[in-house]
Design a protein around this ligand. Structure first.
Ligand SMILES: CC(=O)SCCNC(=O)CCNC(=O)[C@H](O)C(C)(C)COP(=O)(O)OP(=O)(O)OC[C@H]1O[C@@H](n2cnc3c(N)ncnc32)[C@H](O)[C@@H]1OP(=O)(O)O
Ligand SMILES: O=C([O-])CC(=O)C(=O)O
Ligand SMILES: [Mg+2]
Length: 292
């Protein structure tokens, strides 16, 4: 499903076995990686493997994203080789400013075949300058559908210590969510890099949802169910959303724009939040009784 990006599973672009099996995990998106999962001497081989996977591997319902290299290294070569193979989107790493996106968008337009479905861009924000310019990046081109946070590179660049709790990335997360929201696109959170810490992943994902992220970069298939469970609206949320909509309808019928539900005020922003929950539940085919 195209606009659902609860999980975006990284698959190293130099690993034929993982590329082959990447469609069986039901991730909302797969990210075939040509950048940091691939060493410099393997870049050419990985590009061929990823091009082949896009043509021949069935990634089922997953959006097919390729993480290219930065434009000042192998990025333009990646675009020329990968775009004609028909990915849904490119994840552009180390984006610093609007001009980087404009350059990527120009190269993509040149590489697209006539009649090809336009290739979207997702900007990976993982440098101090990229974060400072996140809104300009998000609005630099219509192809940009999401901003994602890359906290490993970002914390290394600012000289912060990475912790499982993530206090060092709170500001980066909220700035990124705000920039994406201002541009009307999605915010996708940084991966949780300890694939064996399920409780930590669940906590970190719940916090990301609380901050406004719509999904999370994912490094291991075992993380997928946990992340989906967190981002799916719970039965309680769906029930609340239905009662909000019912309350406002009744108030409107009585000529008022404000309702009361369990003693709390219900007005337009609360109704918008409720409608978003119901829309997501419908998209996921969840009914109230099926939520977690
Ligand atoms: C900061 C960054 O830039 S992050 C982005 C770049 N990083 C990556 O792409 C890392 C991707 N992830 C991985 O390589 C691995 O999941 C690791 C290294 C994190 C953990 O490896 P392991 O502990 O061996 O994984 P695990 O034991 O869970 O593997 C189980 C199965 O899932 C497969 N698998 C693991 N990760 C992935 C993946 N990302 N995509 C597809 N298949 C995977 C394994 O091949 C294995 O398959 P098998 O049972 O058929 O042999
Ligand atoms: O894999 C990711 O997107 C995360 C990343 O690059 C980073 O944290 O630097
Ligand atoms: Mg990175």
């Amino acid at each position: 499903m195209m606009d659902l990006r609860r999980t975006m599973l990284f698959i190293p672009g130099n690993n034929p076995g993982m590329l082959q099996n990447g469609g069986v995990f039901d991730a909302d998106a797969v990210i075939l990686d040509l950048e940091d999962a691939v060493s410099p001497q393997e870049k050419d081989a990985a590009r061929l493997l990823v091009a082949h996977a896009l043509k021949y591997v069935d990634y089922a319902g997953s959006e097919r994203v390729v993480r290219i290299n930065p434009l000042d290294t192998f990025g333009l070569e990646d675009i020329r080789a990968i775009v004609p193979c028909g990915p849904d989107a490119l994840l552009v790493p180390k984006v610093q400013c609007a001009a980087d996106i404009e350059a990527a968008a120009r190269a993509v337009a040149l590489a697209e075949r006539p009649g090809q479905k336009p290739v979207n861009l997702i900007a990976l924000i993982e440098t101090p300058r990229g974060l400072a310019e996140a809104y300009a990046i998000a609005t630099a081109d219509r192809r940009v559908v999401a901003l994602a946070l890359g906290a490993e590179d970002y914390t290394a660049a600012i000289g912060a210590q990475r912790t499982p709790e993530g206090s060092e990335i709170l500001t980066a997360r909220t700035l990124l969510v705000n920039a994406a929201a201002a541009a009307g696109i999605q915010a996708i959170d940084t991966p949780y890099t300890d694939a064996n810490d399920e409780a930590g992943l669940e906590r970190d994902t719940a916090f990301a949802k609380h901050l406004g992220f719509r999904g999370k970069l994912t490094i291991n298939p075992r993380q997928i169910d946990i992340i989906h469970r967190v981002f799916n609206p719970s039965a309680k949320e769906i029930d609340w959303a239905r009662r909000v909509v019912a309350a406002i309808r009744q108030a409107e019928a009585e000529g008022s724009g404000v309702a009361s539900l369990d003693g709390k005020m219900v007005d337009a922003p609360i109704v918008n939040r409720a409608e978003r929950i119901l829309q997501l539940a419908r998209l996921l085919g969840l009914r109230e009784e099926e939520g977690q």
